[in-house]
Design a protein. Sequence first.
Length: 289
Amino acid sequence: MPTTRYDPDLLDRIDRKRKKKRRESCLSRLLLMILILSIIIAVFFVWVLTQKNKKKPIETPGIETSWYEQTFDVLFSSITPTQTDTFTPTLPTPTVTQTNTMTPTVSLTPTQTPTPRLRTRTPSGGNQLPTSTPLLLLNAAETEIANLKIAETSISASSTPAATPDMWFEIQGQPGATNAEIIYPNAECSWMGVAGLVNDARGDPIIGLYVQVGNFPDGEIRETLTGLFPIYGESGYEITIARPVMEIPQPLWIQLLNESHVPVSEKVYFKPSNSCERSLILINFKRVR
Protein backbone atom coordinates (compact mmCIF):
# COMPACT_ATOMS: atom_id res chain seq x y z
CA MET A 1 0.00 0.00 0.00
CA PRO A 2 1.52 3.29 -1.09
CA THR A 3 2.34 5.82 1.62
CA THR A 4 1.08 9.43 1.30
CA ARG A 5 3.83 11.93 1.28
CA TYR A 6 3.23 15.19 3.08
CA ASP A 7 3.76 18.29 0.93
CA PRO A 8 4.71 21.28 3.13
CA ASP A 9 4.08 23.88 0.34
CA LEU A 10 0.58 22.71 -0.40
CA LEU A 11 -1.12 25.01 2.04
CA ASP A 12 0.87 28.00 0.75
CA ARG A 13 -0.12 27.31 -2.83
CA ILE A 14 -3.75 26.98 -1.88
CA ASP A 15 -3.59 30.25 0.04
CA ARG A 16 -1.97 32.04 -2.90
CA LYS A 17 -4.66 30.78 -5.28
CA ARG A 18 -7.38 32.08 -2.98
CA LYS A 19 -5.75 35.48 -2.71
CA LYS A 20 -5.32 35.62 -6.48
CA LYS A 21 -8.97 34.82 -7.03
CA ARG A 22 -9.97 37.50 -4.54
CA ARG A 23 -7.78 40.11 -6.28
CA GLU A 24 -9.18 39.17 -9.65
CA SER A 25 -12.74 39.39 -8.36
CA CYS A 26 -12.08 42.77 -6.73
CA LEU A 27 -10.45 44.08 -9.93
CA SER A 28 -13.35 42.89 -12.05
CA ARG A 29 -15.83 44.54 -9.67
CA LEU A 30 -13.87 47.80 -9.76
CA LEU A 31 -13.78 47.79 -13.56
CA LEU A 32 -17.50 47.10 -13.65
CA MET A 33 -18.19 50.05 -11.32
CA ILE A 34 -16.01 52.34 -13.44
CA LEU A 35 -17.85 51.26 -16.56
CA ILE A 36 -21.24 51.87 -14.97
CA LEU A 37 -20.12 55.27 -13.67
CA SER A 38 -18.81 56.30 -17.11
CA ILE A 39 -22.08 55.26 -18.70
CA ILE A 40 -24.02 57.35 -16.17
CA ILE A 41 -21.79 60.40 -16.79
CA ALA A 42 -22.15 60.00 -20.57
CA VAL A 43 -25.93 59.79 -20.26
CA PHE A 44 -25.92 62.91 -18.05
CA PHE A 45 -23.92 64.95 -20.56
CA VAL A 46 -26.16 63.80 -23.39
CA TRP A 47 -29.19 64.89 -21.41
CA VAL A 48 -27.65 68.29 -20.69
CA LEU A 49 -26.88 68.86 -24.37
CA THR A 50 -30.38 67.90 -25.40
CA GLN A 51 -31.84 70.31 -22.85
CA LYS A 52 -29.71 73.13 -24.20
CA ASN A 53 -30.70 72.41 -27.77
CA LYS A 54 -34.37 72.47 -26.95
CA LYS A 55 -35.97 75.70 -28.09
CA LYS A 56 -37.69 77.74 -25.48
CA PRO A 57 -41.11 79.22 -26.20
CA ILE A 58 -40.74 82.44 -28.17
CA GLU A 59 -41.57 85.38 -25.98
CA THR A 60 -39.71 88.12 -27.84
CA PRO A 61 -42.70 89.46 -29.79
CA GLY A 62 -44.57 90.09 -26.60
CA ILE A 63 -41.57 91.77 -25.01
CA GLU A 64 -40.87 93.86 -28.07
CA THR A 65 -44.45 94.96 -28.34
CA SER A 66 -44.57 95.87 -24.65
CA TRP A 67 -41.28 97.79 -25.02
CA TYR A 68 -42.62 99.75 -27.95
CA GLU A 69 -45.81 100.44 -26.08
CA GLN A 70 -43.86 101.70 -23.06
CA THR A 71 -41.63 103.93 -25.17
CA PHE A 72 -44.67 105.28 -26.97
CA ASP A 73 -46.31 106.14 -23.64
CA VAL A 74 -43.15 107.80 -22.36
CA LEU A 75 -42.49 109.81 -25.50
CA PHE A 76 -45.98 111.01 -26.33
CA SER A 77 -47.96 110.98 -23.09
CA SER A 78 -45.55 112.03 -20.31
CA ILE A 79 -43.84 115.06 -21.94
CA THR A 80 -46.30 117.79 -21.16
CA PRO A 81 -46.77 117.17 -17.41
CA THR A 82 -43.04 116.94 -16.72
CA GLN A 83 -42.24 120.27 -18.38
CA THR A 84 -44.95 122.20 -16.59
CA ASP A 85 -44.21 120.69 -13.18
CA THR A 86 -40.41 121.11 -13.18
CA PHE A 87 -40.23 124.55 -14.78
CA THR A 88 -42.33 126.53 -12.32
CA PRO A 89 -40.74 125.55 -8.96
CA THR A 90 -37.16 126.06 -10.12
CA LEU A 91 -37.57 129.76 -10.85
CA PRO A 92 -37.85 131.18 -7.30
CA THR A 93 -35.30 128.91 -5.63
CA PRO A 94 -32.06 130.10 -7.35
CA THR A 95 -32.66 133.76 -6.59
CA VAL A 96 -33.13 133.13 -2.87
CA THR A 97 -30.06 130.92 -2.51
CA GLN A 98 -27.79 133.29 -4.45
CA THR A 99 -28.69 136.32 -2.37
CA ASN A 100 -28.20 134.38 0.85
CA THR A 101 -24.82 132.95 -0.13
CA MET A 102 -23.38 136.30 -1.22
CA THR A 103 -23.58 137.91 2.21
CA PRO A 104 -21.38 135.43 4.12
CA THR A 105 -18.69 135.51 1.49
CA VAL A 106 -18.41 139.29 1.72
CA SER A 107 -18.29 139.24 5.49
CA LEU A 108 -15.61 136.54 5.60
CA THR A 109 -13.28 138.03 2.99
CA PRO A 110 -11.36 140.51 5.16
CA THR A 111 -8.95 137.95 6.61
CA GLN A 112 -5.62 139.75 6.73
CA THR A 113 -2.63 137.96 8.17
CA PRO A 114 0.21 140.46 8.20
CA THR A 115 1.62 139.35 11.53
CA PRO A 116 2.76 135.82 10.53
CA ARG A 117 4.62 137.12 7.51
CA LEU A 118 6.33 139.93 9.41
CA ARG A 119 7.53 138.23 12.51
CA THR A 120 10.52 138.84 14.73
CA ARG A 121 12.65 136.06 16.07
CA THR A 122 15.68 136.07 18.27
CA PRO A 123 18.90 135.47 16.31
CA SER A 124 19.95 131.84 16.37
CA GLY A 125 23.56 132.45 15.43
CA GLY A 126 23.41 130.40 12.21
CA ASN A 127 25.52 130.84 9.13
CA GLN A 128 26.29 134.52 8.98
CA LEU A 129 28.93 136.69 7.46
CA PRO A 130 32.04 136.82 9.64
CA THR A 131 32.51 140.14 11.37
CA SER A 132 36.04 140.34 10.02
CA THR A 133 34.91 140.34 6.39
CA PRO A 134 36.84 143.05 4.53
CA LEU A 135 34.30 145.49 3.06
CA LEU A 136 35.08 148.27 0.62
CA LEU A 137 32.79 151.20 1.40
CA LEU A 138 30.92 152.55 -1.56
CA ASN A 139 31.74 156.13 -2.40
CA ALA A 140 29.23 158.95 -2.75
CA ALA A 141 28.82 158.36 -6.50
CA GLU A 142 27.91 154.75 -5.84
CA THR A 143 25.41 155.29 -3.00
CA GLU A 144 23.58 158.56 -3.68
CA ILE A 145 22.51 159.98 -7.01
CA ALA A 146 20.61 163.14 -6.22
CA ASN A 147 19.17 163.79 -9.65
CA LEU A 148 17.73 160.29 -10.00
CA LYS A 149 16.33 160.38 -6.50
CA ILE A 150 14.53 163.70 -7.04
CA ALA A 151 13.13 162.52 -10.38
CA GLU A 152 11.98 159.21 -8.89
CA THR A 153 10.20 160.85 -5.98
CA SER A 154 8.41 163.31 -8.26
CA ILE A 155 7.20 160.50 -10.56
CA SER A 156 6.02 158.32 -7.68
CA ALA A 157 4.22 161.23 -6.01
CA SER A 158 2.28 162.03 -9.18
CA SER A 159 1.45 158.41 -10.17
CA THR A 160 0.85 156.49 -6.92
CA PRO A 161 -1.25 157.52 -3.90
CA ALA A 162 0.52 158.40 -0.69
CA ALA A 163 0.98 155.32 1.48
CA THR A 164 0.88 155.38 5.27
CA PRO A 165 2.86 152.33 6.41
CA ASP A 166 2.94 151.38 10.07
CA MET A 167 6.74 150.94 9.99
CA TRP A 168 9.72 152.60 8.35
CA PHE A 169 13.26 151.48 7.63
CA GLU A 170 16.54 153.19 6.89
CA ILE A 171 19.98 152.00 5.90
CA GLN A 172 22.02 150.66 8.80
CA GLY A 173 25.58 151.85 8.61
CA GLN A 174 27.31 152.32 5.27
CA PRO A 175 26.82 150.03 2.26
CA GLY A 176 29.89 148.03 1.33
CA ALA A 177 31.17 145.65 -1.31
CA THR A 178 33.29 142.51 -1.11
CA ASN A 179 34.20 139.44 -3.11
CA ALA A 180 31.32 137.00 -3.64
CA GLU A 181 33.64 134.07 -2.94
CA ILE A 182 33.04 134.51 0.81
CA ILE A 183 29.52 133.15 0.14
CA TYR A 184 30.04 131.14 -3.06
CA PRO A 185 33.52 129.58 -3.11
CA ASN A 186 35.17 129.44 -6.51
CA ALA A 187 32.65 131.95 -7.86
CA GLU A 188 35.44 134.14 -9.22
CA CYS A 189 33.76 136.50 -11.70
CA SER A 190 30.72 134.35 -12.55
CA TRP A 191 28.17 136.15 -10.31
CA MET A 192 27.37 139.58 -8.87
CA GLY A 193 24.52 140.65 -6.62
CA VAL A 194 23.26 142.61 -3.61
CA ALA A 195 22.43 141.12 -0.20
CA GLY A 196 21.99 142.08 3.42
CA LEU A 197 19.88 141.91 6.58
CA VAL A 198 16.70 143.61 7.84
CA ASN A 199 16.38 144.09 11.62
CA ASP A 200 14.19 146.02 14.00
CA ALA A 201 15.36 148.69 16.46
CA ARG A 202 16.53 146.05 18.95
CA GLY A 203 18.46 144.11 16.32
CA ASP A 204 15.97 141.23 16.02
CA PRO A 205 15.50 139.89 12.46
CA ILE A 206 12.32 140.73 10.55
CA ILE A 207 11.20 138.02 8.14
CA GLY A 208 8.66 138.39 5.34
CA LEU A 209 9.39 141.85 3.93
CA TYR A 210 9.71 142.27 0.19
CA VAL A 211 13.01 143.56 -1.20
CA GLN A 212 13.03 145.04 -4.69
CA VAL A 213 15.91 146.08 -6.93
CA GLY A 214 15.11 148.08 -10.05
CA ASN A 215 16.28 150.53 -12.72
CA PHE A 216 17.75 147.79 -14.90
CA PRO A 217 18.28 148.70 -18.58
CA ASP A 218 15.28 146.57 -19.66
CA GLY A 219 13.00 148.06 -16.97
CA GLU A 220 12.91 144.83 -14.94
CA ILE A 221 12.26 144.92 -11.18
CA ARG A 222 13.65 141.93 -9.28
CA GLU A 223 12.12 140.89 -5.97
CA THR A 224 12.79 138.57 -3.04
CA LEU A 225 11.75 138.10 0.61
CA THR A 226 13.76 138.61 3.76
CA GLY A 227 14.61 135.34 5.45
CA LEU A 228 15.12 133.29 2.28
CA PHE A 229 18.93 133.44 2.52
CA PRO A 230 19.91 132.58 6.12
CA ILE A 231 23.56 132.35 5.09
CA TYR A 232 23.72 136.13 5.63
CA GLY A 233 21.68 135.91 8.85
CA GLU A 234 18.18 134.95 9.92
CA SER A 235 16.58 137.79 7.94
CA GLY A 236 19.03 137.56 5.03
CA TYR A 237 18.05 138.45 1.47
CA GLU A 238 19.86 138.24 -1.84
CA ILE A 239 19.12 139.41 -5.39
CA THR A 240 21.24 138.53 -8.41
CA ILE A 241 22.30 141.51 -10.50
CA ALA A 242 24.17 139.82 -13.34
CA ARG A 243 25.93 136.64 -14.44
CA PRO A 244 28.89 137.04 -14.90
CA VAL A 245 30.30 140.26 -13.47
CA MET A 246 29.75 143.05 -15.98
CA GLU A 247 29.46 146.79 -16.29
CA ILE A 248 26.00 148.12 -15.34
CA PRO A 249 25.46 151.33 -17.35
CA GLN A 250 23.22 153.09 -14.84
CA PRO A 251 22.72 153.12 -11.05
CA LEU A 252 20.26 150.66 -9.51
CA TRP A 253 17.91 151.24 -6.58
CA ILE A 254 16.85 148.99 -3.69
CA GLN A 255 13.70 149.40 -1.57
CA LEU A 256 11.76 147.55 1.14
CA LEU A 257 8.00 146.89 0.91
CA ASN A 258 5.52 145.36 3.33
CA GLU A 259 3.16 142.47 2.59
CA SER A 260 0.75 144.78 0.76
CA HIS A 261 3.61 146.02 -1.44
CA VAL A 262 3.53 149.42 0.20
CA PRO A 263 7.02 150.97 0.38
CA VAL A 264 8.44 151.08 3.90
CA SER A 265 11.78 152.67 2.95
CA GLU A 266 13.15 155.11 0.45
CA LYS A 267 14.76 153.97 -2.78
CA VAL A 268 18.47 153.75 -2.11
CA TYR A 269 20.58 154.10 -5.27
CA PHE A 270 23.89 152.34 -5.75
CA LYS A 271 26.24 151.77 -8.68
CA PRO A 272 27.51 148.17 -9.00
CA SER A 273 31.17 147.77 -9.83
CA ASN A 274 32.54 145.63 -12.64
CA SER A 275 35.37 144.45 -10.40
CA CYS A 276 35.33 140.82 -9.25
CA GLU A 277 36.68 141.94 -5.87
CA ARG A 278 33.51 144.02 -5.36
CA SER A 279 30.95 141.60 -6.86
CA LEU A 280 28.83 141.33 -3.68
CA ILE A 281 27.21 144.55 -2.41
CA LEU A 282 25.97 144.44 1.20
CA ILE A 283 23.15 146.78 2.29
CA ASN A 284 21.48 146.34 5.70
CA PHE A 285 18.23 147.98 6.83
CA LYS A 286 17.08 148.88 10.30
CA ARG A 287 13.60 149.78 11.51
CA VAL A 288 13.40 153.30 12.89
CA ARG A 289 9.67 153.49 13.71
